[in-house]
Design a protein around this ligand. Structure first.
Ligand code: NAD
Length: 278
């Protein structure tokens, strides 16, 4: 099993499938990440706010895997956009992770009411220049936020990590990203288990046709659309299942049927609207 790599707009590469650790309790994180590394994951997505960077770091250190075989992402939290706070925040994250550099550092939310995401982006450009992160990107940025940071700095984020699953596809953002060579990372790729995604007819039919599980069919949909994904689970069998998605391909019709699952009234979002997180 080989996870394909995606080349970012800065020339760096990222494994298209990884392991996300949102809501993995700090006390379980070292074990869960160690298991993920054992079953073959090489890309881990964490964040300062998840409170589990130390567990991620402990698992990396114990794994003996060469640093350049791993891709580690963490994120700047919302209350640390101002002044030199981003410098302190990344230093703390690196210390917890036991790393000298992360592979990708993201502005976690634009927090538009604070109106300081442009400053945060300018700081990330500096942090990349200082070698503390190889790539920089954003998360939960809507098109106006993206337009603002790119027109002010001329630096296009490598990725935008957004809520994305069949009921919430954010086509305005994915279209903008395609036009500007920004890769999309789908968070909540399985809808966070908050609606009956696996029982939906297009997903169930695709899974059955290929002898795979509904979760595998949905992950395949993300991958074939070019999105980067890092589903979360703390169960070894699901870690294995979610990685075992490179031996089949959905047909164009199966993809179109899943595309058509998004409700037209925009009610498919399962988490917060970025304008309301401040
Ligand atoms: P997800 O869609 O990955 O759903 C996780 C849930 O799906 C878990 O509760 C798990 O029980 C279930 N699940 C996992 N594999 C399964 C399988 N094979 N079969 C059946 N059920 C399965 O949601 P998520 O964890 O929110 O998103 C993935 C990652 O995205 C996070 O861990 C985190 O790294 C990132 N994320 C980022 C943001 C952000 O604001 N940037 C927000 C949320 C999540």
């Amino acid at each position: 099993m080989t996870v394909p790599s995606v080349t970012l707009n800065d020339g760096n590469t990222i494994p298209q499938l990884g392991y996300g650790v949102f809501k993995v309790p700090p006390a379980d994180t070292e074990r869960a990440v160690a298991e993920a590394l054992e079953v073959g994951y090489r890309h881990i997505d964490t964040a300062a706010i998840y409170g589990n960077e130390e567990g991620v770091g402990a698992a990396i250190a114990a794994s003996g895997i060469a640093r350049d075989e791993l891709f580690i992402t963490t994120k700047l939290w919302n209350d640390r956009h101002d002044g030199d706070e981003p410098d302190a925040a990344i230093a703390e994250s690196l210390a917890k992770l036991g790393l000298e550099q992360v592979d990708l550092y993201l502005v976690h939310w634009p927090t538009p009411a604070q109106d300081n995401y442009l400053h945060a982006w300018e700081k990330l450009i500096e942090l990349r220049g200082a070698g503390l992160t190889r790539s920089i990107g954003v998360s939960n940025h809507l098109v106006p936020h993206l337009e603002k940071i790119v027109s002010a700095t001329g630096v296009v984020p490598a990725v935008n990590q957004i809520e994305l699953h069949p009921a919430h596809q954010q086509r305005d953002i994915t279209d903008w990203a395609a036009a500007h060579d920004v890769k999309i990372e789908s968070w909540g790729p399985l809808g966070q288990g908050k609606y009956d995604l696996f029982g939906a007819a297009p997903v169930a039919a695709a899974a059955e046709a290929h002898g795979k599980t509904p979760a595998q069919a949905v992950l395949r949909w993300h991958l074939q659309k070019g999105f980067i994904v890092f589903p979360k689970s703390v169960r070894r069998e699901r870690l294995e299942e979610n990685l075992d998605v490179f031996d089949f391909e959905l047909t164009a019709d199966e993809i179109a049927a899943i595309d058509a699952m998004e409700p037209g009234d925009g009610t498919g979002r399962v988490s917060a609207h970025p304008d309301e997180v401040n």
